[in-house]
Each structure stands twice: as C-alpha cells, then as structure tokens.
Design a protein around this ligand. Structure first.
Ligand SMILES: CC(C)(COP(=O)(O)OP(=O)(O)OC[C@H]1O[C@@H](n2cnc3c(N)ncnc32)[C@H](O)[C@@H]1OP(=O)(O)O)[C@@H](O)C(=O)NCCC(=O)NCCSC(=O)CCC(=O)c1ccccc1C(=O)O
Length: 277
C-alpha cells in the first residue's frame, strides 16, 4: 500500500514529505536535470536538519523529481553550471558558495539512515550526493559518472577518497580521469549501488528498505553508522563514534551517579559499579 506522504514546509527547489517514520526529500529542478544551485542546497540542508531533529524519523529517502517533460529522469546533475562564478555557485545575493560540502557532511554524520533513490542521471556533484548516502537503490535507467575534469571542477573530498573506498582505487581513478558514464548494472557490479530495480518500483523499493530498517534498534543503527564512518573519517569520524559512546554512558546509572553527586554536593559513590573484564 502506498504511503500517505504529508508535505512538510514549502520550498522552491525541493519537495519535503514525511510518513510513518520516513522522510522523503526530492530535488525538484527537473528542467535542469535536478542540478543544484546554492538555494537548492540551503533548502536540502534545512530539510535534512529537520529530519535529523525529528525523533520520529529513522530513515531519509533522497531522490530527484521526474521524469521531465522530455521523458528523461535525473537524480541530480551536480552544480548548476549556469550560475557558476569565479569562486563557486553564485546565490541570489551575489555571494559565491560551495555549500554542497556542508550538505555532504550532514548526510554522512546524521544518526539516521539515508537512502538515495536514483533514477536517470547521477552526475558530477549529484553523483557525490548519492555516494555519501548510506545506501543507494538504482532504477534500471540510472546513469552514474563524474564530469569534473571535463567541466573544470573536481571533488577531492568524499568524492575522491570515499569513492575509492567504495569501488577501489583503480576504478575510482578511472571514473574521475575518463569521465565516462556507467549504467545501473555496471554500478551494481562495482559495488556503487545496493540493488537495481525497475524505475516504476524505485520508490516502493526504497520504502520497503526503510520499513525494514525501522524495525531495527535505533541505537544499534546509530552506532554502526558512526563506526563505518570512523574507519574513513579520521578524527571527525572518531569524534562521531565517541559521541555515541558518551550518549550510551549518559544513559547508565553509573553516569547518573556522577551528576547526582555533584548536584547534591556529596562525593560520588561508584562502588556499586563493577570493573567489567
Ligand atoms: C546530465 C546530462 C548528462 C544529461 O544529458 P541530457 O539528457 O542530454 O540533457 P541536457 O540537454 O544536457 O540537459 C537538459 C537541460 O538541463 C540542463 N542541465 C543539465 N545539467 C546541468 C547542470 N549541471 N547545470 C546547469 N544546467 C544543467 C541543460 O543545460 C539543459 O538545459 P536547456 O535549457 O534545455 O539547454 C547532461 O545534462 C550533463 O552532462 N550535465 C552536466 C553535468 C555536469 O557537468 N555537472 C557539473 C559537474 S561539477 C559539479 O557538480 C560541482 C560539484 C560540486 O558542487 C563541488 C564539489 C567539490 C567541491 C565543491 C563543489 C561545489 O560546491 O562546487
């Protein structure tokens, strides 16, 4: 049965819906193959931040609106080249921005599962967006690729190093150095996506995966996501993982004793808590 999506807020460049513990964020610029401008990214950050803060939400689906009137689908074609200035993508106030990097970090560090639903093109910065999601479900018409060295750009952050972690060094260098496009099946074979489904089943499959995840333990999923990140993200990754250890410790009676003793102006008594092997 289809979910009864409820619209959340009103945006210009994105659509934002929620239903049954799932948030769905849709880039809505199909006339540009869902390429993002600074406003698109700001709106995406606002929606992802809302989903992060909402304790009822456990999984976020990120997708692109489509098909366009020409029948073509796109997840996202990267930065909008028509408003690219000297120092980034120029916003309505004339300020150049590279704010998609903030969005990448938000998706990567939010303690909920983010699933990219890719129909059509995931190209350039749009390809990196699906890459930083925890899981990717591809439609059978999905096309993946980087174009940076062709259009005078590159993503040397997650777009390079995390891509190499996912598909291996040789393949990642091929993807960036040759700027080829890869079909869904090839993406599956290189471990870039989790599954390929017929395009008309894309959202339903995403909802099925989300519903399955939502039956699992939120704290376990949270700790696992930060553990996977810690392996790649250096001190920032360790901070995220250690933050979860602190959260779990705060939940114990032992930690409460420390706080209570301070508030009651007495020495703490940790004698009841064992030094576990
Ligand atoms: C995606 C295509 C392969 C699709 O091809 P096709 O189906 O033939 O459609 P088109 O006719 O080309 O496109 C239809 C329509 O959409 C417009 N459009 C498509 N993509 C863009 C875009 N990226 N920017 C602006 N407009 C776009 C296109 O012009 C057409 O409009 P008309 O009015 O009808 O002419 C193909 O479209 C394609 O190759 N697109 C470009 C892909 C690309 O090169 N993207 C940019 C890569 S660089 C990037 O994304 C920056 C990454 C980034 O943001 C970043 C990374 C690291 C650090 C910082 C940053 C940062 O913030 O910049």
């Amino acid at each position: 049965m289809a979910l009864a999506w409820q619209a959340v807020n009103s945006y210009e460049d994105i659509l934002y819906h929620k239903a049954n513990g799932i948030a769905k964020i849709t880039i809505n610029r199909p006339h540009k193959r869902n390429a993002f401008r600074p406003q698109t990214v700001s709106e995406l950050i606002a929606a992802f931040t809302d989903a992060r803060e909402d304790t009822a939400i456990g999984v976020v689906l990120l997708t692109g609106a489509g098909p366009h009137t020409d029948g073509k689908y796109a997840f996202c074609a990267g930065g909008d080249q028509s408003i690219r200035g000297l120092a980034g993508y120029v916003d309505g106030a004339g300020i150049p921005r590279l704010n998609v990097l903030d969005l990448q970090r938000l998706i990567r560090t939010m303690p909920k599962v983010v699933i990219a639903l890719v129909a059509g093109y995931a190209i350039g910065g749009g390809h990196v967006l699906h890459l930083v999601c925890d899981l990717t479900i591809a439609a059978d018409n999905a096309i993946f690729g980087q174009t940076g060295p062709q259009v005078g750009s590159f993503d040397g952050g997650f777009g390079a190093s995390y891509l190499a972690r996912v598909v291996g060094q040789k393949k990642a260098r091929e993807i960036w150095f040759l700027c080829r496009q890869y079909h869904a099946q090839e993406a599956l074979e290189m471990g870039l996506v989790n599954v390929v489904v017929p395009v008309e089943q894309l959202e339903a499959e995403g909802v099925r995966w989300a519903e399955e995840i939502l039956t699992k333990s939120p704290l376990a999923i949270r700790c696992l996501k930060s553990a996977f990140n810690a392996d790649c993200d250096g001190q920032a990754g360790l901070q995220e993982l250690a933050g979860n250890a602190t959260l779990l410790y705060y939940l114990t009676e032992e930690a409460q004793e420390g706080k209570n003793a301070f508030l009651e102006k007495r020495p703490p008594n940790f004698q009841d808590y064992p030094w576990l092997p």
